[in-house]
Design a binder for this molecule. Structure first.
Ligand SMILES: Nc1ncnc2c1ncn2[C@@H]1O[C@H](COP(=O)(O)OP(=O)(O)OP(=O)(O)O)[C@@H](O)[C@H]1O
Ligand SMILES: [Mg+2]
Length: 303
């Protein structure tokens, strides 16, 4: 197996967490098979990297890879998008159209937000998975396709099954190989690594010195709950990179108060004096970076 370090470099994955490494290993192990894989994890944990790893380590790597955001396609057009349609089958169907399952024959389809599929489409997906068969909208001709399906979801599918929103048979069918990506709060050691990488990227993008973290700030980040996971960390790093660069010239830099209340359920700062920006955004994490940045700025020559 290609070394996990090389895979991370290739796919720009940051982090050394054991569960993250295990998820990457599992993706590489199942890649050469045709098993359907279900990638689960909270919003923003990095699920979208995994189907690309699986496809690129599979024998299908030279064939099509199509990523479909099932949640982003209106219910009225999803069947046509996935399975194609015949000319005249509905208003606006001016010509025949191939669907993703036809186009990616021999390749891989990534069905992102699979829990959002309407029940009628779920039945059609089950047929593709069970028999490799589908029918274009408006046609009666059964067609064959050989597509490897990888699905992802940030919703709890067993609950969706209980609530009648997701077919049970489809759930068991797509859950053949589950890969679970841990939330950021469970891989605390990766937080500062990710921050450093994002800060360096944004520093390059916006041509300014990268923000660095003091011990206090690292502590605070590690205790924050990160409901939006890596996406949230990335967004916050970007906002701070931009806004600090333009506005951070205040001299009232304050370190994070040692009495900060950093519960795992969230951050509640009692920082006393806050900059206008921090009050405006009300984001405690930004607030801390704000202080951090100011602190750094006092040592770092300004551009
Ligand atoms: N380990 C990581 N290293 C570097 N970047 C990461 C990592 N994990 C996630 N990211 C980045 O975080 C952002 C969110 O990741 P992604 O879009 O894969 O989330 P997701 O799990 O699909 O979330 P959702 O369920 O909301 O769609 C992306 O910009 C991605 O590149
Ligand atoms: Mg996603």
């Amino acid at each position: 197996m290609e070394e996990i370090r090389t895979i991370k470099q290739r796919f720009e994955i940051i982090g050394n967490d054991v569960k993250l490494n295990r998820a990457i290993e599992k993706a590489v192990q199942v890649a050469p098979t045709d098993f359907t894989v279900l990638i689960t994890g909270e919003s923003g944990v990095g699920k979208e990297i995994f189907p690309r790893i699986i496809h690129s380590f599979s024998t299908r790597k030279h064939a099509q890879y199509i990523a479909v955001n099932c949640g982003g396609i209106p219910e009225g057009t999803i069947d046509s998008e996935l399975f194609g349609h015949e000319k005249g089958s509905f208003t606006g169907a001016l010509s025949d159209r191939k669907g993703y399952f036809e186009v990616s024959d021999g390749g891989t389809i990534f069905l992102d937000e699979v829990g959002e599929l309407p029940l009628s489409t779920q039945a059609k997906l089950l047929r593709v998975l069970e028999a490799g068969e589908f029918i274009r909208v408006g046609s009666s001709k059964v067609q064959k396709t050989n597509v490897r399906v990888i699905a992802a979801t940030n919703v709890d599918l067993p609950t969706a099954v209980k609530n009648g929103k997701f077919r049970e048979d489809l759930y068991y069918r797509i859950n053949t190989i589950p890969i679970s990506i841990p939330p950021l709060r469970e891989r605390k050691d990766d937080i500062s690594l990710l921050f450093r990488k994002f800060a360096a990227d944004f520093a390059e993008k916006y041509r300014m010195p990268p923000i660095r973290l003091t011990e206090d700030a690292v502590q605070m980040l590690e205790n924050y709950r990160w409901p939006g996971n890596v996406r949230e960390l990335k967004n916050i790093t970007e906002q701070i990179s931009i806004l600090s660069g333009k506005k951070c010239r205040c001299s009232d830099a304050k370190r994070i108060p040692s009495g900060s209340n950093q519960q795992s359920s969230g951050v509640n700062f009692d920082s006393g004096k806050r900059s206008q920006f921090c009050q405006r955004t009300g984001n405690p994490v930004q607030n801390t970076f704000r202080h951090e940045k100011r602190h750094e700025r006092s040592e770092t020559p300004r551009l």
